[in-house]
Design a protein around this ligand. Structure first.
Ligand code: ARG
Length: 462
């Protein structure tokens, strides 16, 4: 059934029908389409545009369609001939309840209808994304709380740099995913205005109560320009940008886990339930899930660039190009939801090898800056101290030992300023404990930050 046969004298070419249809993918939001229609007819009846009997028949009919689709009693067949979910719902309703069904579309266009459906759908998805991000944040926070004294090397250029703690490293990701969550909340707030009642592009002549429809659908209010209402896809672009950033954060985290899980590092061990094997090499235990999450970033970025390109140069108001917003947004949302929940599971089941991490920090001269600071505290200018410790590092490299294991005589050969207390000053514990500026890895500073994070999660503050 078509919604627009009147002015046509020929049937649509089958290829055109196939190319033009969106039912195969916009059926994803049949629940939102029905919810929007119910609100619309309630408003029409309140305004006296539709009788109460028609309203009741339509609402009952729509609810039954929803139930039947939910239960599988009614299915959406690809060769039903319907162009989109809007035609499918209206056609099925009219088949079921007769005449009243034909009044559903009064004062509405598919342009404002699809704008509404997509907003309702995306709003629900943002809520789910928010929950998944929160779950990941809680996971990270739990690891942080347990590891404020788990020492590990911090890296720059992927070279060991200075000692940090696992809590501190995890905290960096807590910050990233907190910003992601706050971006989602911003988008939700900005998009939360109801386009229904904008008609095809120029509103309608019926006395619609757009505030009422907006409130029935939990929007902050109606949109204020009917042309923009049907042509706006900014919120999808913003969402895809936020999803791209989440994917980028996940891929960085995955990359670190992949490195940490190698035989060379052994900082972590992925759980068997989150690893896969090789068909030929019996010894293998591969981090496929981390790699896949890292890899899926590409399709999410792709969706963002695709939609930006589709929207570029589109004249006002609605253009069919905009139908292209759906598949790619659905795919990006589903991909990121999958990645977030898989990643949280992988993280919570992973084992951290604290002894290996600490030994690695020691072996990498991550306390060299602290050895220089030790000399500075004894009156040596920093530039000289830097040179002295550089020489000490060279001696240690030749001997294949850490600064902590170099005998005091060797220290003294290079600078007589060194005393027995140097070992205490460059111990992993001292190096980290003394870094207590806000945001640094020292346990005191870290505990303060953890308390802030806990409060943020409890009060849902960004
Ligand atoms: N399937 C269309 C879309 O997704 C619905 C709106 C159709 N409007 C129209 N004037 N053809 O954009």
């Amino acid at each position: 059934m078509k919604l627009w046969g009147g002015r046509f004298t020929k049937e649509t070419d089958q290829l055109v029908q196939n190319f033009n249809e969106s039912l195969s993918f916009d059926q994803k939001f049949y629940r939102q389409d029905i919810r929007g229609s119910i609100a619309h007819v309630k408003m029409l009846a309140k305004q006296g545009i539709l009788t109460e009997e028609d309203r009741d028949a339509i609402v009952r009919g729509l609810k039954e369609i929803r139930e039947d689709l939910d239960s599988g009693k009614l299915t959406i067949s690809p060769d039903s001939g319907y162009e989109d979910i809007h035609s499918f719902v209206e056609g099925t309703l009219t088949e079921r309840i007769g005449e009243a069904g034909k009044r559903l579309h009064t004062g509405r266009s598919r342009n404002d209808q699809v704008a509404l459906d997509m907003k309702l759908y995306i709003r629900d998805e943002i809520d789910e994304l928010d929950e998944l991000t929160e779950r990941l944040l809680r996971e990270i926070l739990e690891i942080m709380e347990k590891n404020t004294e788990t020492y590990m090397p911090g890296f720059t250029h992927l070279q060991k740099a200075q000692p940090i703690t696992l809590a501190h490293h995890m905290g960096a990701y807590f910050e990233m995913f907190s910003r992601d969550r706050s971006r989602l909340a911003d988008i939700r707030r900005r998009m939360n205005y109801c386009p229904l009642g904008s008609g095809a592009l120029a509103g309608t002549t019926y006395p619609l109560d757009r505030e009422y429809t907006a409130s029935l659908l939990d929007f902050a209010g109606p949109t204020l320009n009917s042309m923009d209402s049907v042509a706006d896809r900014d919120y999808l672009i913003e969402l895809l940008a936020a999803l791209s950033t989440i994917s980028m954060h996940l891929s960085r985290f995955c990359e670190e886990i992949i490195i940490w899980n190698t035989n060379e590092y052994r900082f972590v061990e992925l759980d068997d339930s989150y690893s896969t094997g090789s068909s030929i090499m019996p010894q293998k235990k591969n981090p496929d899930i981390a790699e896949l999450i890292r890899g899926k970033c590409g399709r999410v970025y792709g969706a963002l660039v695709s939609l930006l390109t589709t929207m570029k140069g589109l004249p006002l108001a609605y253009n069919k190009d905009m139908q292209e917003d759906k598949e790619l947004t659905f795919d990006a949302v589903d991909t990121v939801k999958g990645c977030l929940s898989l990643f949280a599971g992988m993280l919570s089941s992973m084992t951290f090898r604290k002894d290996v991490m600490e030994a690695s920090a020691k072996r990498g001269f991550t306390n060299a800056t602290d050895a220089a600071d030790y000399l500075v505290n004894k009156g040596v200018p920093f530039r000289d101290a830097h040179g002295i410790v550089g020489q000490l590092v060279l001696v240690c490299i030749e001997k294949g030992i850490a600064l902590d294991d170099l005998p005091l005589e060797e220290y003294k050969k290079i600078s007589p300023v060194f005393e027995e207390d140097v070992y205490e000053a460059i111990s992993m514990k001292t190096c980290v404990d003394r870094r207590n500026t806000l945001g640094a890895p020292g346990p005191e500073a870290m505990k303060k930050v953890i308390a802030v994070y806990k409060e943020r999660l409890a009060e849902r503050k960004d």
